[in-house]
Design a protein around this ligand. Structure first.
Ligand code: BES
Ligand code: ZN
Ligand code: ZN
Length: 459
């Protein structure tokens, strides 16, 4: 059967008689049979449209479709959404459409065979907008794939190998630093955090150089499983810690999107990778780590491992000459206590940009909210025997003290932005273009931030 998703009544008189779109609230659906076809009508009664609203609607439409032959009649929607240019609205709708079609079923024996949907999109003339949507969605889906992969499959080594494979014959150069080279290359903490696991740690550097500028660095936490280490985690949801590499997945998706769209920028993605487990060879609370720049850190808690490996990445970025460093990580449970599950936290040593990032978050659908970096709290990171402790002595403000730890490694004069996405690595609700599993958070936001930081027209 032919299914038509019809946001506004573009149908014949007869069909229109059946439609009650004016009674349909935003995102609600009505299915009717008419003229031998099945129509899905989407409610679009709404004021103040944003790109995210349209994306959401595209996702809702995709989930309603059950046939493999679809006509999307969107002219009514494009006219109705006055706040956005038609091309922008089309891209947003199709981005939601593609993202909602994502499933992760590699390990299900009875997974339904994914059938290609034959799509007719009306009005015509929006090929570029639709292909941009597909490119954006593919980058997000790569991040989702990486996050959804179980920890026994996505070990640090295999993660690195997968990135090599992913970016073969592209404009992205991949350098894998294997465990035996980590210290030599300056990834001291990554080596320490990863030594408890039979699967050795690694670091991967992705470079996309399409300008003569100094690199802008993206640093992503790539802990492929976080058991807490010797400070072992308890509780039943620990399996979620396979997604403790969500920050690195965001970084991978973002650099892919940047390269696919051929932005004239120079970006380096730095990904320290390790498994954090307890064991006879694991690092211990009270251990001291000496970093590449000489900074010493007392391990107050092995479960605060993310900040330890990110600090390696931040130092490496500065070694490469980066003056703008954006790190992203599933760093603290506390960020969810502070902000709930829709907005990640964004911190910076240049707070004047924070509201711009908040706006870019709303535009991209990867919502962030400005958080303060309260310098005075650094006193909670005092160590008796080293320069700094990785664990705060206060039980309050954990996301802020984690940010302060990272800031400790940023050289004066460099711009640093930190995104704590521990609360958004999974969708905050199962609606619109979100599906079970990982959200793919951060890919589109980082893309927008790179455009902003490098003065590019946003895509
Ligand atoms: N990976 C966790 C943070 C996390 C928590 C991610 C919940 C996703 C969901 C991180 O390494 C961690 O364990 N953080 C600790 C820090 C504490 C020991 C200072 C935390 O948030 O409890
Ligand atoms: Zn941890
Ligand atoms: Zn962690």
């Amino acid at each position: 059967m032919h299914t038509i998703v019809l946001p506004l009544a573009q149908a014949s008189e007869e069909t229109r008689l059946h439609l009650q779109e004016d009674k349909l609230a935003f995102g609600k659906m009505q299915c009717i049979q008419s003229e031998g076809k099945e129509f899905i009508v989407l409610g679009i009664q709404k004021a103040d449209w944003t790109e995210e609203d349209v994306r959401y609607l595209g996702g809702t439409a995709r989930k309603a479709v059950t046939t493999t032959d679809v006509t999307l009649e969107l002219s009514g929607l494009l006219q109705h959404v006055k706040e956005l240019a038609a091309q922008t609205a089309m891209t947003a709708f199709m981005e939601g459409w593609y993202l909602a079609g994502y499933t992760f079923s590699h390990y299900k024996q009875d997974a339904p065979v994914q059938q290609e949907v034959a799509l007719t999109i009306l009005p015509t003339g929006y090929n570029a907008a639709c292909s941009l949507a597909e490119t954006r969605a593919n980058a997000v889906m790569l991040a989702r794939d990486l996050c959804n992969e179980p920890a026994n499959i996505l070990t640090p080594e295999r993660y690195a190998g997968r990135l090599e494979q992913q970016f073969t014959d592209t404009d992205i150069q991949v350098e894998v630093i294997t465990a035996d080279k980590l210290e030599e290359k300056g990834f001291h903490a990554t080596a320490v955090v990863g030594k408890g696991s039979a699967h050795p740690p690694a670091a991967t550097i992705l470079t996309y150089k399409n300008s003569t500028d100094k690199p802008t660095a993206l640093v992503g936490k790539g802990i492929t499983f976080d058991s807490g280490g010797t400070n072992v985690k308890t509780g039943s949801h620990i399996g979620e810690m396979k997604m403790d590499m969500g920050g690195s997945a965001a970084v991978v998706g973002a650099i892919k999107l940047i390269a696919d769209l051929q932005l004239p920028v120079h970006v380096v993605a730095i990904i320290p990778m390790a498994i954090n487990v307890a064991g006879s060879n694991a690092f211990l609370p009270s251990d001291v780590i000496t970093y590449a720049n000489g900074t010493t850190v007392e391990v107050g808690n092995t479960d605060a491992e993310g900040r330890l490996v990110l600090a390696d990445g931040i130092l490496y970025a500065q070694q490469l000459g980066a003056e703008t460093i954006i790190d992203i990580a599933t760093l603290t449970g506390t960020i969810g206590q502070a902000l709930g599950l829709r907005n990640a936290g964004v911190f910076s040593n240049d707070p004047s940009s924070l509201w711009t990032y908040e706006a870019l978050g709303r535009k991209s659908g990867d919502f962030v909210w400005p958080m303060p970096v309260i310098q005075e709290y650094e006193t909670y990171l005092t160590s008796d025997c080293a320069d700094i402790n990785n664990h705060s002595s206060s039980k309050f403000g954990g996301a802020i003290t984690a940010a302060l730890f990272l800031k400790h490694f940023v050289q004066q004069g460099n711009k640093w932005v930190h995104i704590d996405m521990a609360n958004t690595v999974r969708p905050w609700k199962q609606a619109g273009y979100y599906v079970p599993g990982a959200s793919g958070f951060g890919v589109r936001l980082l893309y927008e931030m790179i455009c902003h930081e490098t003065g590019q027209q946003e895509g």
